[in-house]
Design a protein around this ligand. Structure first.
Ligand code: AKB
Length: 314
């Protein structure tokens, strides 16, 4: 069967690269990218439509027109922006998801992908090798909207037989699209500043360890999960996933191997610190490894080298 794929929120960090991967896999005409804003570096041959996921009429019209077989819902406000606009974050992250789940049931979509996050964990979750199942008391709007979203995904799977698949992404590191208002964004800004000014002030403290993932691994993992036989998937809320864990200090030391004069300082009064302190330091992703063969390839040194090489070319 010919696939008809819609990516909603396609201009962000994940969508920009996932769209390319899906077009390579299924063909250009099979994939439609949608976002509330036009893309900044538009590929003229890529199908794109402007869409506000909260515009129910427009969303329905899109389903009617495209009859999607797969839907990727990526539109969301992330952790730091969500704290600035809490009601907006709840509305977008929740109503956007439920609108897509409802239409996907009605239009018999074969598979839906929706990203969750390590932000679903909170101050009382175990910090090291955080397991799939544990205490979860997120204290950001982003975090508890993602946790509620996970429950909705599992609910639609159980009640409506909708094949929803999801990953709890850690901080994603990429060079193509700018990050959008997250707590882990320092790990991207640091590369840009290392190359442009040779100095960076991290908004997280030197020893704040967070789970991270290089974008190529994240995209491959997403495709792997979407390809997995439905009966192999034990998790219908969202899979724990990780690639590496490091601190700003360790990342700075890695960058200094390429740029020995790189200067790194730390801010001591950024509200994102409190968010980072409530998140895991590392993640146990055994279920993803066992159920669909998750096996990331980027470690700290390979990731830093890729970031610097690609940003230098830009
Ligand atoms: C954020 O920092 O908000 C995101 C995330 C970990 O979900 N990158």
């Amino acid at each position: 069967m010919e696939e008809s794929i819609i990516i909603i929120g396609s201009n962000g960090q994940i969508g920009t690269e996932l769209a390319v991967a899906l077009r390579n896999k299924f063909g250009k005409d099979s994939v439609l990218s949608c976002d509330i804003n036009p893309p900044s570096q538009a590929d003229p041959s890529a199908n794109f439509e402007t869409l506000d996921v909260l515009d129910k009429k427009a969303l329905r019209a899109l389903y009617e027109k495209r009859k999607p077989t797969q839907v990727y819902l990526l539109a969301a406000l992330l952790s730091a922006t969500g704290e600035q606009f809490p009601k907006k974050a709840w509305e977008l992250n929740m109503d956007g998801l439920i609108g897509v789940l409802d239409l996907s049931v009605e239009f018999k979509v074969s598979k839906v992908f929706w990203p969750s996050s390590i932000a679903v964990f909170g101050p009382h979750s175990p910090k090291t090798d955080t397991p799939q199942y544990c205490v979860m008391d997120p204290n950001t709007v982003y975090g508890f909207s993602k946790l509620a979203g996970e429950r909705w995904c599992e609910y639609y799977y159980q009640k409506h037989n909708l094949d929803v698949r999801s990953i709890r992404y850690p901080g994603l590191i990429s060079w193509k699209a700018a990050p959008g208002g997250g707590t882990t964004d320092y790990a991207i800004h640091i590369f840009h500043e290392a190359l442009s000014s040779g100095n960076y002030q991290s908004f997280l403290s030197e020893d704040t360890r967070l789970p991270m993932l290089y974008i190529d691994d994240a995209i491959n993992g997403t495709l792997q999960l979407m390809d997995a036989p439905a009966e192999d998937l034990r998790i219908r809320s969202s899979y724990n996933l990780t690639g590496l864990s490091f601190t700003p200090n360790e990342l700075g030391a890695e960058i200094r191997k390429h740029l020995p004069d790189f200067g790194l300082s730390y801010s001591d009064s950024d509200p994102r610190q409190k968010i980072a302190d409530s998140w895991p330091r590392s993640i146990d992703d055994t279920y993803a490894r066992e159920d669909w063969g998750w096996n990331p390839v980027y470690d700290l040194s390979k990731m830093a080298e890729e970031m610097l090489t690609n940003l230098r070319k830009q």
